[in-house]
Design a protein around this ligand. Structure first.
Ligand SMILES: [Zn+2]
Length: 240
């Protein structure tokens, strides 16, 4: 009998399995990043779940493609009146066209973008991406240092990138941690949860029972933060 939770990777897709007291296996693909979660009856073992997932792989891929194309369609125009999330708070953007160095600034509840006249939407999006990265670079060293002391591990190297299906990842060989740039849009607690999650992988590689126990010990409210991270759709900002 299988209990608790586990994870598998099937053809490059990470799958979270939760064993429950249910009769039928259920597969869900969740926005915004296409996270795959399987609820499986206790009678099945990991191998049986893997086979069930492989059988439904084309359906899973189709769902994930839909999230990706929805994300592409909602590419922002980067004009005054749009809203953008910063650390979990939705902010109205105001574009101020003027000569000089292009940059973003927070002004009370607003997000200001200073750009020379004629700056393309693409360039503005690029500036926002850089600004989000800067926000993360301002806080990550402090968070990492805090958890290095608490977990008694050290992070040899970390970096930022955009990832479609993951909030963070930890390279098994090099120990390098990657953080998703999208984390700058989420409440600060969510970033800290990812920091702790990825650093806990230094102590336990797999998402097994031991991993869960470590997370419970380090960060008792981790489930709440994980749900906050995954269930508030990024897409909301696009259509509100
Ligand atoms: Zn992990």
């Amino acid at each position: 009998m299988s209990t608790g939770s586990a994870s598998l990777t099937v053809r490059g897709i990470d799958i979270e399995i939760i064993y429950k007291n249910i009769k039928n296996l259920h597969i869900g693909v969740y926005p915004p990043l296409g996270r795959v979660r399987v609820a499986a009856p206790h009678q099945l073992d990991d191998e049986q779940v893997r086979l069930a997932v492989i059988q439904r792989l084309s359906w899973i891929k189709e769902q994930r493609e839909q999230f990706k194309s929805a994300d592409r369609q909602s590419t922002r125009e980067m004009v005054t009146g749009e809203s953008h999330y910063v650390w979990g708070v939705r902010r109205r953007m105001k574009v101020v066209e003027r000569p000089g160095r292009a940059h973003f600034e927070l002004d009370g509840e607003r997000l200001l973008l200073y750009v020379p006249v004629g700056t393309t939407a693409e360039r503005r999006r690029d500036l926002l991406d850089r600004w989000y990265r800067e926000q993360l670079r301002n806080v990550l060293p402090g968070l990492i240092a805090k958890w290095e002391a608490l977990l008694e591990v050290s992070v040899p190297r970390w970096n930022l990138k955009r990832m479609k299906t993951k909030w963070g990842s930890c390279n098994r060989e090099t120990g390098r941690i990657w953080f998703n740039v999208e984390l700058a849009k989420k409440p600060p607690g969510c970033l800290e949860y990812i920091v702790v999650h990825e650093m806990t992988h230094y102590l336990e590689r797999n998402h097994d029972e031991r991993f869960t126990k470590l997370m419970e010990r380090f960060m008792p409210n981790w489930r709440k933060l994980r749900d906050q991270l995954n269930d508030a759709p990024l897409a909301e900002e696009e259509w509100a």
